[in-house]
Design a protein around this ligand. Structure first.
Ligand SMILES: Nc1nc2c(c(=O)[nH]1)N[C@H]1C(S)=C(S)[C@@H](COP(=O)(O)O)O[C@H]1N2
Ligand SMILES: [Mo]
Length: 220
């Protein structure tokens, strides 16, 4: 099972990001609503696509990749890549907002809608939270309602081509309405829980929810 013991040693960038969280770096104190402005407060637009991770890139082939869905669900799933691809595939276009202040517009994703995954695994009544586990030891947590957003998906392709390893291929989560640290790369498992369970960054000073429009960068 996705172990908590295999978290990699902290890189220099990871230590800097923890320090920024302590110091409140990048906070503007401004508030805007999405209908007023496309770019959330304190963000700037980038045309390239930066790579951010814990300093290692797991090389998981599509052949070796598995997705384990378990916990408070009626129908636990354990899918290989061809079973994943056999589900209904959808294309979404969305913006990326990273807590380190870059945003990237109009990303074209293809994959399994989170809502379609929920229909397949059928969360039980007591399921209120999900935890995402990744092949690099990363974890992140979401309320079930955020995971169930209409535009959230488990993506295998970007701009019409398979996701590269550095951006989280074979499969990553994309939850566009929250800061991008919630979008787990190299997705390995999804656990449904009755209680919340903070993940890697949420335990290291990042906000538990991470709404870019409310500038929820760091915990108080
Ligand atoms: N497995 C895993 N997923 C992760 C991370 C990570 O370190 N490991 N970093 C998060 C952070 S902080 C960001 S900003 C985005 C970066 O995704 P990108 O490298 O494709 O831009 O991935 C998120 N998902
Ligand atoms: Mo990030």
């Amino acid at each position: 099972m996705a172990g908590e013991d295999d978290v990699p040693p902290e890189s220099k960038l990871t230590r800097s990001k923890q320090r920024w969280a302590r110091e409140g770096k990048f906070l503007t104190g401004k508030m805007v609503r999405p209908e007023d402005q496309r770019l959330p407060p304190g963000q700037h637009l980038t045309r390239d696509w930066p790579v951010l991770d814990l300093g290692l890139t797991p090389e998981i082939s599509r052949e070796r990749w598995r997705l384990d869905v378990y916990g408070a669900v009626e129908n636990p799933l354990y899918w290989d890549f061809s079973t994943f691809l056999a589900q209904e595939q959808r294309q979404f276009v969305s913006d990326i907002h990273c807590v380190t202040t870059w945003s990237r517009y109009d990303n074209q994703w293809e994959g399994l809608a989170a809502r379609d995954l929920l229909a397949a695994c059928r969360p039980r009544d007591e399921a209120n939270f999900v935890v995402l586990y990744s092949y690099d030891g990363y974890t992140t947590n979401l309320p079930l309602e955020d995971f169930a957003a209409a535009d959230a998906l488990l993506a295998h392709s970007w701009s019409g081509a398979p996701l590269t390893a550095e951006h989280g291929g074979p499969v990553r989560l994309v939850v566009p309405h929250l800061y991008f640290w919630k979008s787990a790369k190299w997705l390995k498992a999804i656990e449904f829980l009755d209680k919340d369970a903070p993940g890697y960054w949420e335990m290291r000073g990042y906000h538990n929810r991470g709404d870019p429009w409310a500038e929820q960068r760091y915990s108080e």
